[in-house]
Design a protein around this ligand. Sequence first.
Ligand SMILES: Nc1ncnc2c1ncn2[C@@H]1O[C@H](COP(=O)(O)OP(=O)(O)O)[C@@H](O)[C@H]1O
Ligand SMILES: [Mg+2]
Length: 1150
Amino acid sequence: MSQKSETKSQYSLSEASLLDNKSGLHDAVLLDPIDEESFVDNLRKRYKDDKIYTYIGNVVVSVNPYRKLPIYGEDVLRTYAEREDFEVEPHIYAIADNAFRSMRQWGRDQCIIISGESGAGKTEASKQVMHYVSEVSGKAEIVRKVKNQLLESNPVLEAFGNAKTNRNDNSSRFGKYMDMKFNIQGDPVGGVITTYLLEKSRVVEVADGEATFHALHSPFSACVKHSPFYPFIKNLGLEDDPSAYHILCSLENRSAVAPINILNKLSRSDQGGNFNALTNSMKSCGFTDREIEGVFELIAAILKLGNVKFYSEDSDSPAVIKDFREMKQVCGLLQMDDLEVLRNAITKRTIVTSAERVVKKFNADQSNDARNALSKEIYSMMFHWIVRKINNTINVSSEIVSDCYSIGVLDIYGFEIFKENNFEQFIINYCNEKLQQLFVQLTLKEEQAEYLAEGIKWKQIEYSDNTPVCNLIEGPQRFNILNMLEEQCRFGGGNDSLFLNSMNDAFRLNKGGDSGDMNVNYNSRDKSGVSVKEFPDGAFSINHYAGKVIYQVNGFVEKNKDTLYIDLEDAIDSSRHFILRQCVQFKQKLEGSEARPAQGYRHLSSKLVTCSGTKFKASMHELLSSLKLKNPHYVRCINPNATKSPRNFVDETVTAQVRYLGLVENVQVRRAGFAYRQKYEAFVQRYRMLSSHTWPKWKGAPKDGAVRILKAVHLQTGEREIALGTTKIFLNDPQTLFKMEKLRRERMDELVVVIQSRWRCFFARKQYRLKRAAVTIIAAHFKAYSARKQYLAVRNATMTIQKYERGRAVRKVWRKKFRRYAIPVICRFMWNYTVYKYLTGVASECPSMSPLDNKWPECEIESLESAHGQIRVLDHQYRCKIYRDNKSEDERRVLGEKATASLIFKGRKTMYAASVGEPFLGDHLAMAVNPGWPELTNSPNAVVKFSEYVSKFSRNDAKKVLQGQNRIMVITSNHVYFLDTKPRPSVKESFPLFNLRSISCSPYNDGVLVMRTVTRAKERKSYLKRNRELGDILISTEHLIEIITKLHMEFTMLTRMKIPIEILPSFAVNLSDKQLQMRFERRQHSLLVEDDGIQTTVPSAELNGHQDYQGHVIDPRQSPLNESLERIPEEQLESPEITKVKNTITVITS
Ligand SMILES: Nc1ncnc2c1ncn2[C@@H]1O[C@H](COP(=O)(O)OP(=O)(O)O)[C@@H](O)[C@H]1O
Ligand SMILES: [Mg+2]
């Protein structure tokens, strides 16, 4: 088991084990008999088992273990937050939980008063309380911040206000009351810290083995080379070695008191080096970097000031400062411009009377005192400035403060008896005396109030009362120690011995000699009946509640005055250090002198408002009356030994504390009433098994339940043994409780057996029932399953038989009608089905949407072949249509022309293939936009469809040769024109389109074509006259395909008729009324020219001389069939006149 869970179980024991007495009793009220011996014995037993906490009713007694015990932390804390007090071991957490719960439940302010002598563990206890409260309260981010500030204020205050003493390494040298404020939800919202009288003499003088405040040691923890703060410390001009500083060294051997690494322990965020930890905590509490710097500047100044040394020849001669180095550094750190002011302050004193102003020079000792006074004052100002700064950070805004509840934790310096006791011890012990008085009053009052509230008869209990000691110190009578001390301070010439004398006079007589006489508690050498040996000179003693303390009267008056010489005040006034300035301003504000700030510190202190003893008395009274308004909880701390050692329980030391804390009386008071009390509800809940009426549950009034239980165990209720209050039951004798506990245990054993057997029986019965139910369910399911299976088998068989029989019967009736009715239906169905199958098949195998895609599925059904063909055509048309629809107007026209060309020429003329890729440009020569064109034509509105150069051949009758001329052929929507361009453009020939009769061309690769026109006799005559030409028109062109296509299309448009187109290797042609035969001959790739018997291969030739015309020429000379044509030299081809024509024109082509 882990340590954590062990701890948890240890702290969550039932009350049975709380009462088993093995580790002592958890509540001393249960002790029998009640005396000092048994009480201490009980504490020792518990201490040995690491049980450091013990209750006296609701008071916690805590014995300092001086070592870390595993009884704190998250797990244990949860146990206390979840359980009732009587269920768990006594703990400081229980007190904190009580306070927190009461605050939330009853909405009442709470206070936790922690008392005990120095080193008894008060400060630790107060930290545990704060830790507990902060852990169980809210967890929101803002709440966490507040908690952190509250918790971090502890290490800061401890660093500046705690110091090592012989009794405690971390002794609080100031009193602290921290009021934590909570909102209605129980979340901390802030707090206020009040401090009481800092022991500032510790700044400069400490007893042997003791040390000054931790904060003055802290810079040296950063004096290691790798520390990030090292440069900062060096900047302050501090040495690495603390022994270099007088005030850090013990008086005995003048070496620095072994550095206490206490700051590390104080800070929760130990990040290497207490300086680091301290500055981090200060930052958490809202200190800026500059402010932290400022604090350490003052610390450095105080350390250096302590090193300023004075010399004087003898006690009458004035002091001299030999070395001014330190002084200069102090002036620098305190930002004092004039070193002289500081020097005057610590070497002289100016006394101002109404008549004159006297300056008295100090000797070395007096200078030492003045220097120390200045150091103390600066430290004290700084400490209070820090407290104010923290309060400003954790402060609750005034708007919500009225809606807040508070838990106050009082951790004040503990009762102290040193070898030599001074004013500080007197004040500390007076404070403890007042707290003891409060404790005695309140515990008794509370106890009595409870009995009264519960309606129980109550008799006043005697208890040891420290009121006479309190009266001795503070009054109410006029002659009390504080008053007498103040008197000495107020009037000039007052001093310590006068003070002692006045006390001796006032308290000389023991009036009655009884404890009610305050004079009994005062003693001194002068008092009658006291041996001289017992008292050192100049001392007096007070019998405090915690023991007799002898005080040295020396210094009482001066310390009580708590004022500075004018010169020292001047020195503080001359400092420009921001912390000191703020302190002076604060004091001015406090004393209502804002109107005269220029008058500074001197003005303030010279008023001598009140002495510190009287001030302390006032603050104590204020504190006590505020505590009285709150619901108090007490922690009484006990120091088990004077050597700070763990596991060392010194009976005498503890007995003395038990005695003076009045703890046995406390138990007796508690017992004089009743040892044990409990709410009826809790009592019934715990012991309900002892009566059959209340077991297992009691539904009636809790009080009746309790009576029933008592009856069942034969206990008589009466006034002394067992009393019944209104809400609580009170038991006088602890044995009664033990008896009830024993009976409870026995009854529990019985009940356990009964419950066990009942449970086993119930469990077995439940198992049996479950099994039986399961068996029945399984059997039922199986039976149902086999019955169903059998039934299905029978039903299937029956249906099969039925089916056969019905089929047979129906077939018998229907056999005759079958052919007539069924066959056509089946056939139709089969046909439809076949068609359906076919159509869906075709649809799924259709080719792509391209009109050129020739794929088409095979038709597997013979009877559907023609439909298959038609569908193919339709599909193709459809694809073409879609293709066309997707084209623009122009693209569609070109397509139409190409399609027409294809219809005419595809497979009929070799030339066609090459023309497919060529677009039909139509108006090649841009006649339509030529401005001269309209003048040349008869019908200027006709649209030009084609224009291009062609060679037009005519027959020279005289020479009988064909003559080729360059002409521009223009086809319009109704005419065909041949134009000559030289000497100027003119129409040479033309005919209306509807006169075209037919067109002929060869199937080969040539551009020769013949247009046959109808020329009426009259026209012909005039025509002949003009042109001397007759018959058909023979032209050669490279745009043969385009021309014929255009002519065909325009003719069809014009006449709605088709023009006959002959494509033959030989046809007749009528030129100038002469009938000739045209023959086309194919040769491979070349034209053979015979010239003077030499054959030459010519790659190409031009027929008309103006264009490169590949592959087809008319060359009548080359044909063996061409008898009528004479050979024409090649260069003469361009001059048609020389060509002789007989009856045949032979065209050689490829
Ligand atoms: N509950 C505790 N557990 C462990 N150590 C403790 C506990 N209470 C006190 N101490 C030890 O005792 C020392 C003195 O306790 P502290 O609370 O400072 O005494 P006080 O405030 O009463 O003078 C602490 O520094 C610590 O070492
Ligand atoms: Mg303390």
